[in-house]
Design a protein around this ligand. Structure first.
Ligand code: SF4
Length: 210
């Protein structure tokens, strides 16, 4: 591991020792649904919606057979609810038809589900099944990877590949969460708080005006 990557990992572990998934769920299915809902929505808002949603629907079959309007109503406040309801229903239909009602636990099968991309699959694999198969590259991870000089990748897929080369596999899930926390709390998109940043000594951006 490069020295700066090692130092960044050490500093993040010191600053965010408990970084983890902030979505509430009790099963891989609930996590998959919550992750689909989290697109363009805060985890806090998703967590307000899911307790009621998870009381209404208990299985992939439940989501697959629900009247679409009922599902839309239940998730309306997460935004883009027409698309999200359709994605949830289509993914759950496939889970029922092809996987006996159980969320599959490999990258290949997860991304075969309608509306499920690599980012969602990585969230489900790492937090639902404890499998580190990649990095969750959301907008925070993408931004921080560039600011910290860890990646020049132009797409989330390219950034993910570069991060996977830089850090040990056992830390991938942790790092995704830590980057997301750091992006929310310190390294904001518009106004990064560089003076308060625990990574400032390793960051090529220090002194750059954002
Ligand atoms: S020093 Fe500034 S730009 Fe670099 S990681 Fe910290 S907050 Fe972000």
């Amino acid at each position: 591991m490069f020295t700066s990557a090692k130092k960044i990992l050490t500093d993040l572990k010191k600053t965010y020792p408990d970084a983890g998934c902030s979505l509430s769920f009790r099963s891989p299915l609930e996590l998959l649904i919550a992750t689909i809902l989290s697109a363009q929505c805060t985890d806090v808002q998703v967590n307000k919606v899911t307790p009621h949603l998870f009381r209404q629907f208990h299985s992939a079959q439940g989501y697959a057979e629900a009247p679409l309007e009922l599902l839309e109503d239940a998730i309306r406040t997460t935004g883009f609810f027409h698309n999200k309801a359709k994605n949830i229903q289509n993914a759950c239909r496939e889970i029922v038809e092809k996987f006996d009602g159980k969320v599959p636990d490999t990258m290949e099968l997860l991304v075969s589900l309608p509306g499920v991309g690599r980012k969602t699959a990585n969230v489900v694999l790492s937090n639902g099944f404890g499998r580190n198969e990649g990095f969750v590259v959301d907008t925070h991870v993408f931004r921080l990877s560039h600011r910290l000089g860890l990646s020049q990748g132009k797409t989330p897929e390219k950034v993910e590949q570069e991060l996977m080369q830089l850090f040990p596999q056992k830390d991938w899930a942790y790092l995704s969460h830590a980057f997301i926390l750091h992006g929310r709390q310190i390294c904001n998109a518009r106004k990064p708080r560089c003076a308060d940043c625990p990574l400032k000594k390793d960051c090529p951006q220090l002194g750059v005006k954002h």
